[in-house]
Design a protein around this ligand. Sequence first.
Ligand SMILES: Cc1ncc(COP(=O)(O)O)c(C=O)c1O
Length: 438
Amino acid sequence: MAGTIVETSQRAILDLSWIRSQFPALARESNGRPVAFLDGPGATQVPQPVIDAIAGYLSANNANTGGAYPTSRYTDGMILGARSAMADLLGCDPDEVVFGPNMTSLTFAISRALGRELKPGDEILLTQLDHDANISPWRALEEKGVRIQFVDIHEEDCTLDIDDLARKISPRTKVVAVGYASNAVGTIHAVDEIVKLAHDAGALAYIDAVHYAPHGPIDVRQLQCDFLVCSTYKFFGPHMGVLYGRREHLARLEPYKVRANTNAVPQRWEWGTLNHEAIAGIPGCIEYLAELGARSLGKQAGPDEPAAKPGDRLASRREALQLAYRAIRSHECELSRRMLAGLADIPGLRLYGIRDPARVLSRCPTFAVRIAGHSPLALATKLGEQGIFTWDGNYYAIHLTERLGVEKDGGFLRIGFVHYNSAAEVDRVLEALEGEAG
Ligand SMILES: Cc1ncc(COP(=O)(O)O)c(C=O)c1O
């Protein structure tokens, strides 16, 4: 990683040195070795502007909302600013952005409100690949007589069986709730096709973009989804959940809320006092990504994405964010190819998910593996002792670990890369895994 520019391929350039300098945690050592943070799917590290914004808010402007004095007015404005930052990331209007403690709570809020409209016999379609936060809130409606169906997977590459989805969807289906990408095996799903199938059947489309958001661009208008949820702590921000809801749904559905809470959209979905200091960090994270995008301007994109035209100028923060994701995707595809090639050479290792390097665009750089004779917990512990931070278990993708028969044996070892990780870190974890397998 020496030098300021890292060539991710002959044509794609990402300024990894600048990127890493933004994240103070990346300087951390463990047992005398630099830490390789390969735990991004659990939570990502945060860049300095996020840390400064959170500390700055608490030092100078801490207040509740709606008061007739400067710090309270500042807080109102700060929340508006965070909404518009998220709107730029998601491609919607600021008043379609709802903040909540995390994705799970927001999904319970929407499932409860939608449940008020559902009747016994109505159906909700979920998938075997999803995180339980996009399953249990919907299953809670079974007590009202709502029927839950599950879309199966293709076991060999852990992709969704779209034919099964098409078979199971019917006029009885009222909601199709699906992840954008799997937090366990990294598969990116054909969500645009799924949204279309849902709408053709008259159902609402609810997209869990928690795992996808650090890896790829989101455009809720293009997707035409009804709801989309993500969590800023998974993409370099503070611990917050964010929900996009189409304005008409946010206005029509009836949330469970206290009487004094406003009925205005989107605040009618935000109950009690929010975590203001965390919200204060959100624009910092969006600005960091926008700067990453601006810095990539003029550089040619990689083979996986169309190149920026020479002389391109940034018309908006949204455009800078699109550029950021183009650079991120290109870098992450290189990491994925390197990882797939290395994993294929390790004896006794099984990778769950897409293995073909030609298909890296259909996956995130999130790798679920098992090594014969080693539990995922033992592997994660050994790697952790060497300063390589990974995860083990089911990470709440429990339907998948059960479906694949690994739940009772400790799930998978999950190695997750994001854009601040380097090719050297890929090599380091491969070497460590080889050492364990050998
Ligand atoms: C794909 C996915 N969905 C949902 C969640 C739950 O997010 P939160 O912790 O914000 O409730 C996670 C958390 O790991 C996740 O990876």
